[in-house]
Design a protein around this ligand. Structure first.
Ligand code: ADE
Ligand code: ZN
Length: 376
């Protein structure tokens, strides 16, 4: 039992300990799993590869279905989550597109985006660039104003209330027609001030990046940035990476792990400082001659600008960026310095003004110093 004096001492000491300046705290790099977990949890982070519709958690699906008078073919949240079984991109996409049918109103998109941003802010994500798939919503008769409007309102509220900044990337669904993607782009361009870029997602098989050359050119002419998925182990993946880099002049590649199989493409990406948004949960392993290669480890070792991201966390065991980084640290034996480097890569390649970038980089540096870690 504590006596009264001990309790008073503890009460006084606790806030004082938290308020100690960085230089007064012991600067010791994480040395075991528990301190590594704390180091990763507190690390200032950025996220660039998260599909907002892929953050639609099962409990929110039930809440939105109820609000919109829809019924779902599952008894409860647990039964729905048990149905999230997939073995490749098409089987994943089927579950993912089925899931988003409950998103109908501006408020639904607000709730979706605010929910993700609240979770991300709780994990020390300072800044996020988030994908969305407007074609799937337009197809269901949802107006683009509701989609972009709801997400934008959530971004504003999250910045004010949670201190997390974010921007929005419109993705073309590559397995739908080029015409459908152009309709979505044309519908969204009046709101281009609410967007930072365009991307390319969905099923890559038979849908090479050049199918959208005109779309990327139009988006670029409107002042938007350009990124594109090159999913791992896809048919003609190295050709797609080459086209994305050389012909379409992409500024970033989402996934892109197979690049480790081409020294020539790696040299090109390195020389252009192309960032890669790796999502180890879904695309960590490149398969070569039937054997897995750890893409993240090899990309880092090759000096590529890699960041680590969560992709579709609601469908991937509800593992958000902290859990993804903890898993990646173990699977790829990431050192504390490499973890700092990964976040430095992310902040350095974010589509933000220099002043904002400098602020994030200064926070990252200060955090690393409190742990006695220098970025590798
Ligand atoms: N849509 C949502 N997640 C995706 C992914 N990882 N690859 C391609 N399309 C997607
Ligand atoms: Zn993705």
């Amino acid at each position: 039992m504590f006596d009264r004096r001990q309790l008073i001492h503890a009460a006084l000491a606790a806030p004082f300990a938290c308020a100690l300046p960085a230089w007064a705290r012991a600067a010791k790099p994480p040395a075991n799993a528990a301190s590594m977990g704390r180091f990763i949890a507190g690390l200032p982070k950025a996220e660039f590869h998260v599909h907002l519709e892929g953050t639609l958690e099962a409990d929110m699906k039930f809440a939105l279905a109820k609000r919109n008078g829809l019924s779902l073919p599952y008894a409860d949240v647990a039964a729905m989550k048990r149905s999230y079984v997939y073995h490749d991109l098409p089987s994943f996409l089927k579950i993912y597109y089925d899931g988003m049918q409950v998103l109908l109103t501006e408020q639904d998109f607000y709730d979706l985006a605010y929910g993700y941003l609240r979770k991300a802010a709780s994990q020390n994500v300072l800044y996020a660039e988030m994908f969305f798939d407007p074609q799937e919503h337009l197809k269901r008769g949802v107006a683009i104003e509701a989609v972009i409007g709801g997400i934008t309102r959530a971004r504003g509220d999250a910045a004010k209330s949670l201190g997390i900044e974010s921007q929005l990337i419109l993705c073309f669904m590559r397995d739908l027609s080029a015409g459908s993607a152009m309709e979505a782009l044309d519908a969204a361009l009046p709101y281009k001030d609410k967007l930072i870029g365009v991307g390319l997602d969905s099923d890559e098989k038979g849908n090479p990046p050049e199918k959208f050359a005109e779309h990327f050119a139009k988006a670029r002419a409107a002042g938007l940035h350009v990124t594109m998925h090159c999913d791992v182990n896809q048919e003609n993946t190295l050709e797609h990476i080459r086209t994305a880099l050389l012909d379409l002049k992409t500024e970033r590649i989402d996934h892109g792990g197979n690049i480790v199989q081409s020294p020539e493409l790696m040299a090109l990406a390195r020389s252009r400082g192309i960032p890669f948004t790796v999502c180890p949960t879904f695309s960590g392993q490149v398969i070569e001659d039937g054997r897995p290669i750890n893409a993240l480890r090899q990309m880092l070792d090759a000096g590529l600008k890699v960041s680590v991201n969560s992709d579709d966390p609601a469908y991937m065991g509800s593992e958000y960026i902290t859990e993804v980084l903890i898993r990646a640290q173990k699977d790829s034996t990431l050192t504390p310095a490499e973890l700092v480097r990964i976040e430095r890569n992310a902040f350095e390649t974010a589509w933000i003004p220099a002043q904002q970038r400098d602020g994030y980089l200064a926070r990252l540096k200060a955090y690393a110093q409190t742990w006695g870690v220098t970025a590798g």
